[in-house]
Design a protein. Structure first.
Length: 234
């Protein structure tokens, strides 16, 4: 607090806040990806290819269809699927820092949408998943030996009103994600694996993308990434 009693608030990105001093261990290109906050008035637009998107045959087809319709899963499987990822940072009406992810998968004849919000929580980051959103997971961040960002998400909980309940056993899985930097090809890499203790790997996808930063005010953030209903439950 200054001599005039003015409080200076420093905006910190969700990932930087979760990692604390370990943020400095990230590869500089990964730190650039996750270091911007609502104070910067920028967004990032990434374009690339999902080299593989897969799902176990043990996962019932209705679950896959419903999950894709609700924006919880990629809307199909395949190889070399073009995709885009757009990231926006803002403060929600509860004052929490938010990093929004807008993903688009260009399958033949259709485009799949997979959006999520990573929010500053009390003891870990929170990921709100689905269109409403429908689920929340606690996500811990760490740094790999090569400077990659490692994300570990606990089993999801379903957001019903007024209760928060654990997801059905078939969907009660742990998610591991990794975002790194490919020095040889000068591009970002992403790997995601969703595993069930009982059924093994349920879903996975891996690929690469390049990204650029662009000026972006809050008013320019797509409406679907600022939900009308702000979910406060953790």
């Amino acid at each position: 607090m200054g001599a005039l009693g003015i409080v200076v608030v420093v905006m910190t990105s969700v990932v930087a806040g979760s990692l604390g001093s370990d943020f400095s261990l990230l590869h500089p290109k990964v730190a650039w990806r996750f270091g911007f906050s609502s104070a910067d008035d920028v967004c990032q637009i990434g374009t690339g290819v999902m080299e593989e998107i897969s799902a176990t045959r043990l996962l019932p087809a209705p679950v896959l269809r419903i999950g894709a319709r609700r924006g919880l899963f990629p809307p199909g499987v395949g190889a070399n699927v073009p995709f885009t990822i757009a990231n926006y940072a803002y403060r929600d009406t509860l004052g929490r820092e938010v990093l929004a992810f807008g993903r688009r998968f260009a399958f033949p004849g259709r485009t799949g949408i997979l959006n999520s919000l990573m929010v500053t929580g009390t003891d870990s980051a929170l990921d709100y998943l689905g269109n409403k959103p429908d689920m929340v997971v606690h996500t811990s961040c760490s740094v790999g030996e090569d400077g990659a960002l490692l994300l570990h998400s606990d089993p999801p909980r379903v957001l019903t009103w007024p209760f928060t309940i654990r997801a059905p056993a078939v969907m009660s899985a742990i998610t591991e994600a990794r975002e790194g930097w490919d020095e040889t090809n000068q591009r970002h890499t992403i790997e995601v694996s969703v595993r069930s203790p009982a059924m093994g790997e349920l879903l996975s996808y891996r690929g690469w993308f390049t990204a650029v930063a662009k000026p972006c005010t809050r008013e320019e953030i797509p409406a679907e990434l600022i939900p009308a209903h702000i979910e406060s439950r953790e």
